[in-house]
Design a protein around this ligand. Structure first.
Ligand code: RP5
Length: 165
């Protein structure tokens, strides 16, 4: 299973995209709102619980001085995927730098600003390294993705660029 945690309910639109991908790939997850700054004790309990329940990867999203993914990585021994939120003051580079610039020894696999779907996919790909069923479902997902681009190009060839405007 996968853990999904975010610092605030305001992060939900982005973190929901990660959950949508896991739903599509039939991967079980637990989703929580826990702030590293506002309730660190609850965060520690959550990570301990995830460890006990054999969780293999945690997706953690936060914005601004986004400590959450790094704190999760400091207590969870398996991969942590960090999702930086877009912010109103600094556009999300604040979150991105906070999450990606971890000190040596405590890595966070950081996706792009607001890239919840990629976080879900990366978590699924981590599970796919040892779960053949998940690997097969990722192959199917990619085949659909390929097909959708081919269809768009066929439309372009048939109807011209104005059909997209
Ligand atoms: C972070 O501060 C959260 O992850 C959120 O992205 C940001 C703003 O939080 P709220 O003021 O919306 O609760 O901790």
């Amino acid at each position: 299973m996968v853990g999904i945690v975010m610092g605030s309910d305001s992060d939900m639109p982005v973190m929901s995209k990660a959950a949508d991908i896991l739903d599509e790939l039939k991967i079980e997850y637990e989703m929580r709102i826990i702030s590293a700054h506002r309730n660190p004790d609850v965060l520690e309990d959550f990570v301990d619980d995830m460890k006990k329940r054999d969780c293999k990867v945690i997706i953690a999203g936060a914005g601004k001085a986004a400590a959450l993914p790094g704190v999760v990585a400091s207590i969870f021994p398996l991969p942590v995927v960090g999702v930086p939120m877009k912010t109103s003051d600094l556009g999300g580079v604040d979150s991105l730098y906070s999450i990606v610039q971890m000190p040596p020894g405590v890595p966070v696999a950081t996706v792009g600003i607001g890239a919840g779907a990629n976080a879900g996919l990366l978590a699924a790909q981590i599970l796919a390294t040892f779960d053949k069923n998940v690997a097969e479902r990722i192959d199917e997902y990619r085949a659909k993705q390929r097909e959708s681009v081919i269809k768009k190009d066929e439309k372009l060839q048939k109807e011209g660029r104005k059909a997209f405007l």
